[in-house]
Design a binder for this molecule. Structure first.
Ligand code: GDL
Length: 698
């Protein structure tokens, strides 16, 4: 970097200011100019300083990047740039030419310069070139001109940067913008090395962390990438981005980025939810994080989270954000200008309401007439609950987690609902608590939908409706388990209303694929050991047999010959093969450690051991499954995943149900199937003593 430009990049105190703020970088409907202006106000108020303009689906940002802005568009952009300035926010204009640019064609580079020159004329001084989410194969012309894709991008970026006279802020987004995209890894990525070495030092580089949506960003990972890039990166943080799933919204606090990172980064920009208004928490908590004092500096005792981070507590930052958000929910002075009933205005403010006919002459119900509808005000607890239900991509909030745990317990202990007195009382009391939690969600929904600020409500509406109906189904199910509800009401109805089941073709596809739901946050918390689940093949016969025999020996107390035979023994011993696609094995770093095999039609296996089992079992549950996992696998997740995959294959084969036979001495597998929740014990004639049958409908 030249001395002149390096001086330019410093503030009066001699250090470059930490870039902090928002990147509008998601797919889908871009924010409106009004929302962006509102964003600048908030950023200024909360101490954030940057806005990166990069809406993926804005025509002229990406797909039609060469096209100049029309006079009307120019007017809007000029107003936006000046609004940012007014609020002391640096607007960085980004362009994404990577879909179709030919890097080696001077006309293309000229088009890029022309477009950025136009935006410069609008008053913009900060720019960015983005090469994320593009095809990595170069066209023949570029292959001839450049030794690699990185060389092509760097050459064009450096040229544009110089053409714009080395702007103080100029950002580059690489195609390999997270560790997961680097081949073979960050330190050995030739793409990143070229970028680090060849990109002019005045250009900063965007980085999303270990993954596109990074669960955690560690100091070590940033030190690693900084040494390759030869500069501290600007984090493009997708922690609150929700453009990849229409059912998710993230209202949890900025989290799992230690504040120790701050001095090691050039900045942080959050790319949040597509819906503008629900981003209050995402941006507010990021602002709190950015204000965390440097380690060694004066500690903010209020914000400290002794266990995690001495300078920042996500929980406290969340409470601060939600308290401020509550004010905004109650505000009738709304950005976007939707008016609310004069009566509400009067209730909410000391000021006189606007003079309208209604305000002059309000309707007062007479005796015997309906009283006026009154809405209960929204509370901070409502917002805490809302945030817990829509928390973060890798974590549910504490109440959501507690609800899942309770439902799981109620389900797996449903036998207690109708057994001994003490057990029943305990079950009913937990069922009541669960019902209360569900009721809190419904009450929150009611108070939210009555809140005066309709803009926030409308952005939240689909999500809160969805959770309300999900909770309603769970609530009805628990009532059914406790013998209070009508099983046929909503859940087990043959012809339920469309809200009685999760809809959508995409969901249906997912349910048909093996592994559906295997990233469930509740059932599958991140594991420490690495397991590989793969389809069974005939070569696996011997290993499966070995595991079977090891498990048969079991505790060593009951000799092999004394153990009652199971219908599935032929599958485990290799005498029978599983039905097509009905076998999975799991391996850890030692080798094969478990298997799950099934027959879509269990009758031949029963016949093989001359088991005269009642025909009604096969009518309801034609298929049979066996699962075995060596005791060294303490984590139940791999077995659960194999079962989930098997059930999905069996269901696709058209089977109505599956059963398994378990030896009563096999406590582990009994426990495993009981905890799964879906398998229930069934009484079957013709089963030897010491064998239990559990089954599930599909
Ligand atoms: C991405 C895209 C971003 C998108 C996000 C979440 C970057 C650099 N690019 O990969 O536009 O919103 O994932 O889906 O993050």
């Amino acid at each position: 970097m030249s001395t002149a430009s390096s001086a330019k990049r410093k503030t009066s105190s001699g250090t470059r200011r930490f870039i902090s703020g928002v990147v509008e970088g998601f797919y889908g409907r871009p924010w409106t100019m009004g929302q962006r202006t509102e964003l600048f106000k908030r950023e200024q108020k909360w101490g954030l300083n940057t806005y990166l303009y990069a809406p993926k689906d804005d025509y002229k940002h990406r797909m039609y990047w060469r096209d100049l802005y029309s006079p009307e568009e120019a007017e809007q952009l000029i107003a936006l740039i000046s609004a940012a300035k007014q609020h002391n926010v640096e607007l960085i204009y980004a362009i994404s030419p990577g879909l179709d640019i030919t890097f080696s064609n001077p006309k293309e580079v000229a088009a890029l310069k022309r477009k950025l020159d136009q935006v410069k004329e609008f008053g913009c001084r900060s720019f960015s070139l983005l090469f994320d989410d593009i095809e990595t194969e170069m066209c023949p012309a570029d292959k001839e001109a450049f030794s690699s894709f990185a060389h092509a991008q760097v050459a064009v970026t450096n040229e544009v940067y110089k053409h714009l006279e080395e702007p103080e802020t100029f950002l580059f987004c690489p195609t390999d913008y997270c560790a997961a995209f680097c081949t073979p890894n960050v330190t050995q990525s030739s793409y990143l090395h070229t970028v680090g070495e060849k990109l002019l030092p005045g250009i900063d580089i965007l980085w999303t962390g270990p993954k596109v949506v990074s669960h955690k960003i560690s100091v070590e990972s940033i030190e690693e990438v900084s040494s390759v890039l030869k500069r501290a990166p600007v984090i493009w943080d997708n922690i609150h981005a929700n453009d990849y799933d229409p059912q998710r919204l993230f209202l949890g606090p900025y989290k799992d980025r230690p504040t120790e990172l701050i001095p090691k980064l050039r900045g942080v920009l959050t790319n949040p939810n597509c819906e503008f208004y629900p981003n209050f928490v995402a941006i507010h908590t990021l602002a709190t994080w950015c204000k965390a004092p440097a380690v060694g500096g004066s500690r903010d005792v209020e914000m400290a989270d002794e266990e995690q981070d001495p300078c920042y507590s996500p929980q406290k930052a969340l409470t601060l954000a939600l308290s401020d958000w509550l004010q905004e929910f109650m505000s009738t002075d709304q950005p976007g200008g939707i008016s609310c009933p004069a009566r509400l205005k009067k209730e909410l403010s000391d000021e006189e309401p606007m003079q309208t006919d209604m305000a002059d002459n309000p309707y007062v119900p007479g005796p015997g007439e309906n009283p006026l509808y009154t809405a209960e005000p929204l509370t901070l607890d409502d917002l805490k609950l809302l945030s817990d239900l829509f928390y973060l991509p890798y974590e549910h909030g504490s109440t959501a987690q507690a609800m899942l745990q309770e439902l799981d317990w109620l389900k797996s202990n449903s036998h207690a609902a109708v057994s001994e007195m003490d057990e029943t009382a305990a079950w009913c009391s937990r069922a009541q608590q669960f019902d209360n939690m569900c009721d809190a969600v419904v009450q929150m929904f009611n108070r939210l939908s009555n809140a005066p600020n309709r803009n926030i409500l409308y952005d939240l509406y689909n999500y809160i409706c969805d959770i309300k109906s999900g909770v309603g189904l769970a609530r009805a199910y628990v009532k059914t388990l406790g013998g209070q509800g009508q099983p046929s009401a909503q859940l087990m109805n043959d012809d339920p209303e469309p809200w009685g089941f999760r809809g959508g073709l995409s969901g249906e596809f997912q349910r048909m694929l093996p592994g559906h739901g295997n990233r469930d946050l509740f059932r599958h918390p991140p594991m420490t050991a690495v397991y590989c689940i793969r389809p069974y093949c005939s070569k696996d016969k011997t290993e499966v047999q070995r595991i079977f025999e090891a498990m048969q020996r079991g505790d060593g107390r009951t000799p092999l010959m004394m153990q009652p035979p199971l219908i599935t023994d032929g599958l485990s011993s290799g005498e029978m093969s599983p039905s097509p696609q009905c076998g999975f094995v799991v391996e850890d770093d030692v080798g094969m450690c478990g298997y799950a095999l099934a027959l879509t039609d269990g009758k031949p296996a029963a016949a093989m051991i001359q088991r005269a089992i009642s025909a009604s079992l096969f009518e309801d549950f034609p298929s049979v499954v066996i699962v075995q996992v060596l005791p060294r696998v303490a984590d139940p997740s791999p077995a659960k995943r194999m079962v989930a995959q098997l059930l999905s294959v069996i269901r696709s084969s058209g089977s109505r149900g599956v059963f398994c036979e378990l030896r009563q001495s096999d406590r582990r597998m009994l426990d495993f199937f009981s905890k799964l929740g879906s398998f229930k014990p069934v009484q079957v004639e013709g089963v030897p003593d010491g064998v239990l049958v559990m089954a599930t409908s599909l």
